[in-house]
Unconditional design. Structure first.
Length: 609
């Protein structure tokens, strides 16, 4: 049996070849001893026919007891006896073993039955061509963020932990997918880049050197990427490594491309921003020129001096000349063959974990639209689907959905199911859930829940756990202390299947106008209901319009659930690096990878509701 390691980005790993195995446990002997036993066995018994000793252990035991060994081999701390071609026993030469063997033999027991360990040449199950695992149908590149210079090879360890969690979830939840196989491959781009060389080290003071070296090896990567001098080196380095691994994998697995294998990317931290820029081809130089041009167009020339006006006119003439030269250059480039895209493959899924991508996009001028489509920030022609995965206390992670639709800043991220959840709601069926109450435009205070509505809970969307129920109790107590005794009759309400719904509350006392409330609730969160002022049926806060507002085409922000006994302060330190071992994330990745392979993308058909 040979254990092959086909991981191109891993260091060289010795391959252990098993020839002789221990009876019962079927563990292989050490390779050096196994080679010596194999040479001795072939020299002494080559050409002899083996008995069918596996079918009758009693016959073997009788044969061993009735005759002495026909051949022996002395090893360093053991020796091997051959009673026949297929009756081989290993004995320890330790003093205690010798004494025990002598005593048991005087009592009438045979040497083999008292202290011998039977060996088998070959594994218990014969290998066949059908034993090989299914061909890889989906590869997932795992891209690291900052800190790899500090701990070279850490992405390989992290990918190994993620792969182990994925395999457990695959065996438990996707055992029927026997014809599909997902492989996770680490991508380490930082260690191959020179960047500044020794310049940063030379300007680093010696005091608290350890802390400074830690920052230089981790946080400095962010400054490198925002630097116009080193950014291109980083993007080219990651692009080259992704293409190299893809080409190498396809060369070793030619059937992958032939059968239409798919590729996804899992990026962590800063790696999300770099991967996004590579896929979209974002160029900071063009961005700065466009921003400068837009700024000049808004400049009011009435408030500039004569000298400044002359300089601006010369600048405009120079820019016009520059545009003419650019047009000539583009005309020459148009006659050349089209350049290949940055990546040699199309990305099916882009999973961002603990990602600051939203901050980078906001600083680049991305503002919310009104379509609710992913194409607003990442066209589906480039990547089929974008996922933003984060822990609620991760200080590096930010949301992406409010950059697409502004009102989603008040809608909770979709909750990632626990891997132990029984019959969870499909992710695409989870309805939006409001986070905070809207402020009454007639006052500076937030709307107070009425006795017929549920109290607003700050952590309502973390699931109906002990922690959230405790928060509900505390909220009720505070409301009572403020004199709202009717809050005792509040209830946890659930929304209709269509999600965010508007309804007139029943049970209004006679003579009073009914209060219009907005109730939103997913299957995994507590509802947040907002009441309107009793003086009007028109919702001044705008929540009436939210009932018919645009929703996200498909959710992008997905949030891990907090543990019942989890400390937020401690989680803020550990959550950013805890994604790799999470079984919840492993199941989440597989859910969408396997779903995309079997379910066509959703259409824009209207909701039957």
């Amino acid at each position: 049996i040979e254990c092959f390691v086909n991981l191109s980005n891993f260091p060289l790993i010795p391959v252990m070849r098993g020839q002789w195995f221990i009876d019962g446990t079927w563990l292989p002997l050490e390779e050096e001893e196994s080679d010596l036993i194999e040479v001795e066995h072939l020299t002494r018994f080559l050409g002899q026919q083996m008995q069918d000793s596996f079918d009758s252990d009693s016959v073997v035991a009788k044969t061993v007891d009735s005759k002495d060994a026909v051949h022996s081999l002395k090893l360093s701390r053991t020796h091997v006896d051959w009673h026949s071609v297929d009756e081989v026993y290993l004995y320890s030469d330790a003093t205690t073993s010798k004494i025990a063997r002598t005593v048991t033999q005087k009592l009438g027991f045979s040497k083999a039955s008292s202290s011998g360990t039977r060996l088998h040449r070959g594994y218990v199950e014969e290998a066949s061509l059908e034993d090989k695992p299914p061909q890889t149908t989906h590869i997932v590149f795992v891209v690291h963020g900052i800190g790899q210079k500090m701990d070279t090879g850490r992405i390989i360890k992290n990918t190994g932990m993620l792969r182990e969690a994925v395999r457990k979830m695959e065996e438990k939840h996707f055992s029927e997918h026997t014809e599909e196989h997902v492989e996770f491959l680490p991508v380490e781009w930082r260690s191959k880049l020179a960047l500044d060389g020794d310049t940063v080290d030379s300007i680093t003071p010696d005091k608290v050197r350890g802390l400074r070296d830690l920052l230089n090896s981790s946080a400095m990567d962010i400054m490198y990427y925002t630097s116009p001098l080193y950014r291109d080196e980083i993007t080219k380095g990651l692009t080259s490594e992704l293409n190299r691994l893809y080409t190498l994998f396809c060369s070793r697995n030619p059937e992958f491309e032939e059968k239409g294998g798919k590729v996804s990317i899992v990026s962590h931290s800063l790696g999300c921003v770099i991967t996004f820029d590579i896929m979209t081809g974002w160029d900071p130089v063009k961005f700065c020129l466009q921003e400068h041009q837009d700024l000049e167009e808004e400049l009011d020339l009435r408030w500039v001096s004569y000298e400044e006006r002359c300089l601006l006119e010369q600048l405009q003439l120079t820019r016009n000349r520059l545009r003419e030269l650019e047009d000539q250059l583009q005309g020459l480039e148009a006659s050349k063959p089209l350049a290949l895209p940055a990546l040699k493959f199309k990305v099916e899924n882009f999973f961002c974990m603990g990602s600051p991508l939203a901050v980078f996009l906001a600083l680049r001028g991305i503002r919310p639209g009104n379509s609710g489509e992913q194409d607003h920030i990442l066209p589906r022609s480039i990547c089929q689907r974008l996922f933003n995965i984060f822990h609620p206390t991760d200080p590096v992670a930010y949301r992406l959905e409010p950059l697409i639709l502004k009102h989603y800043s008040n809608i909770a991220p979709a909750q990632i199911h626990w891997c132990s959840a029984i019959d969870p709601t499909p992710y695409d069926e989870i309805r939006p859930t409001f986070i905070n109450p809207q402020k009454d435009p007639m006052s500076d205070t937030e709307s107070i829940p009425s006795p017929t509505t549920s109290p607003v809970l700050a952590r309502k969307y973390y699931g109906e756990s002990i922690a959230s129920m405790g928060k509900a109790t505390a909220s009720i107590g505070n409301s009572i202390g403020k004199g709202i005794g009717g809050i005792l009759f509040s209830r946890f309400s659930r929304s209709a299947p269509s999600g965010v719904s508007c309804a007139i509350e029943a049970g209004t006392p006679e003579g009073e106008e009914p209060k219009r409330t907005v109730d939103s609730q997913s299957d995994y969160g507590l509802s947040s209901t907002l009441s309107q002022s009793p003086s009007t049926l028109i919702d001044p806060s705008g929540y009436e319009s939210l009932c018919s507002t645009v929703e996200m085409e498909r959710r992008i922000d997905f949030e891990l659930r907090e543990g019942l006994v989890e400390s937020r302060y401690w989680s803020a330190v550990t959550s950013h690096t805890a994604y790799w071992v999470s079984h919840d994330i492993a199941l989440f990745l597989l859910t969408f990878i396997y779903k995309q392979a079997n379910v066509p993308p959703p259409t824009d058909s209207p909701d039957p509701e």
